[in-house]
Design a protein around this ligand. Structure first.
Ligand code: NDP
Length: 270
């Protein structure tokens, strides 16, 4: 049977094996997908021996997405610009790297009827996740994307790298006006119970999205809802969306996201 893995550290919390099992059932594909914990100094050799074993592909998660790039024989443009890969495909001993996070996010935004064309987007954060979604967001023809980060220089570096006149960089302290259609929280602040320090005027009447997800609303989404956000959405749909795009790359069939998302949400409620 064709073998796939998700490699990370930590990995116990990963929902990817469950998601890919549901995709396989839905599309009637026979494959084996498991999660695998990798010691920090064992990543490269683990991947190389997995390729040698005749496996077909892998997902890469925290903290190996950048290191995985250096193992690839070829990268897609979106992976190159993201500076990170989350999907590896093995063909005749060669490793092809891609990044499906941005595709997962855009699909989820559109599935939630969040307008992207001509919209004014505020992207909070300038880490790996933010980097990965800039190109797919630009492809949706927004009016502008402001990238705001706690460490402003990182946002400025991103602007320089992408060199697109729709992009601008900012710190949090200057974000005081209600001028955004959509605010995407791509910081990890919610993981530690924090909310990026933007003003409540910013979120009023804006669509608010948090890449983090959980049983309850994240701190950012809770705060945004209390302050008049038009709609709040967490990142579970992005997770399923990026997995669906990996599955398509490997199996040449795109699974349906909605039924899988429904199962995951029901599971979370139980
Ligand atoms: P990184 O570690 O690369 O970047 C973290 C970012 O968060 C940086 O911009 C950092 O700012 C900022 N940050 C951290 N803590 C705070 C805080 N307290 N206040 C304000 N800003 C803060 O992480 P990633 O970019 O890889 O991931 C970001 C989040 O997105 C994670 O929580 C991850 O779980 C989630 N994610 C979800 C996905 C999904 O499918 N739903 C896919 C990928 C990621 P600074 O530069 O100043 O340190």
């Amino acid at each position: 049977m064709d073998q796939y893995r998700v490699f990370g550290n930590p990995i116990k919390q990963s929902r990817s094996p469950f998601i890919h099992q549901l995709f396989a059932q839905q599309t009637k594909q026979r494959l084996n997908y498991q999660s695998k914990y990798v010691e920090l100094d064992q990543f490269e050799q683990t991947i190389k021996s997995f390729v040698k074993s005749g496996a077909k592909g892998a997902n890469i998660t925290v903290p190996f997405k950048e290191r995985a790039m250096t193992l690839c024989d070829q990268l897609t443009e979106r992976a190159q610009l993201a500076g990170a890969v989350n999907t590896l495909t093995f063909v005749e001993g060669k490793i092809y790297g891609d990044n499906t996070d941005g595709e997962g996010l855009v699909k989820d935004l559109l599935n939630n009827n969040i307008p992207l064309k001509n919209s004014r987007i505020l992207l909070l954060g300038a880490g790996g996740a933010a980097k990965g979604v800039i190109l797919p967001l630009l492809a949706q023809a927004p009016e502008s994307i402001v990238i705001a980060n706690r460490t402003v220089s990182k946002a400025e570096d991103l602007i320089e790298k992408f060199s697109n006149d729709k992009l601008s960089a900012s710190g949090f302290d200057t974000l005081t006006e209600a001028k955004f259609t959509l605010i995407i929280n791509a910081t990890s602040a919610s993981l530690t119970g924090n909310v990026p320090p933007i003003t409540s005027e910013c979120v009023a009447n804006a669509y608010c999205y948090d890449m983090v997800y959980g049983k309850e609303l994240t701190p950012f989404l809770l705060w945004a809802k209390e302050n008049g956000a038009t709609k709040v959405v967490d990142g579970l749909g992005m997770l399923v969306g990026q997995a669906a795009e990996s599955f398509r790359i490997w199996r040449n069939v795109l699974p349906e996201i909605a039924p899988v998302l429904k199962v995951l949400r029901t599971k979370d409620d139980s």
